[in-house]
Design a protein around this ligand. Sequence first.
Ligand code: AMP
Length: 271
Amino acid sequence: MQSLAVKLRSEKRLIGLVPTMGYLHEGHLTLIRHAKEQVDTVVVSIFVNPIQFGPSEDFAKYPRDLERDLKLCAEAGADIVFRPSTDELYPKGYSTYISEDFIGKPLEGVSRPTHFRGVLTVVAKLFNIVSPDIAVFGQKDAQQVAVVKKMVNDLHMIVNIVVVPTVRESDGLAMSSRNRYLSTTQREDAIVISQALRKAKEMVDSGVKNADRLIAEATHILGTKRRIRVIYVATVDRATMEPQREIIPGKSLMAIAAWVDEVRLIDNMLL
Ligand code: AMP
């Protein structure tokens, strides 16, 4: 992959990278199509990165379906699917990691303290291997976007981070590979996550700026379903993830993490 990228660059071709963990859905495909509009060669990486999963998380059972993924990548316009093995990326004795010390600490960082270290390490490795001009990420993982942008800025990396809005099911549920864990009844309850976010957005649009009121209303909506256990509901600055007491339209987002029984889901909405 690295030699191929050097060759493509010598031919002055623009490279776009879409990093994924596979089990692709319409959200991923939107990222790929978006990349295809901007560059000559789209590289989709498929790698279930073990170091971004905590010890009690779902690494072993994370869904995988390579054959289907390859077909979907081709249909969406991907030119190259890069699928490194764990041993290639983390050979015996591997010991270099990237951690960001501020933006990644709250929200996901509280329950998943090594998650963003794993994400940044693999993303930096992918950037070095693929040398992309652009890398496309989904707003679905808002804190990941903020942390990756910070790394690129702090480490002077030459890559443009492009962010694509969250793709949702028709009932509002944010698409996620983890949605396949949901039973029909759990899926029905999961819808309240996006409903709570939409309500917050409506309140801001109608003039409410006080974060306490938005959080209270969103928490109330989440509380109407018995399978939902709230991990956090927060209004934060979209770039720094710092909590905000007063919403600044265009700069704030509401982030929610919740268990639907044993399935952990995250979602967010720009306010
Ligand atoms: P994952 O395979 O879950 O690591 O996701 C790979 C990329 O797809 C990340 O940049 C995600 O933010 C993005 N992504 C996942 N779900 C969605 C979605 N529903 N809408 C937009 N982007 C998404």
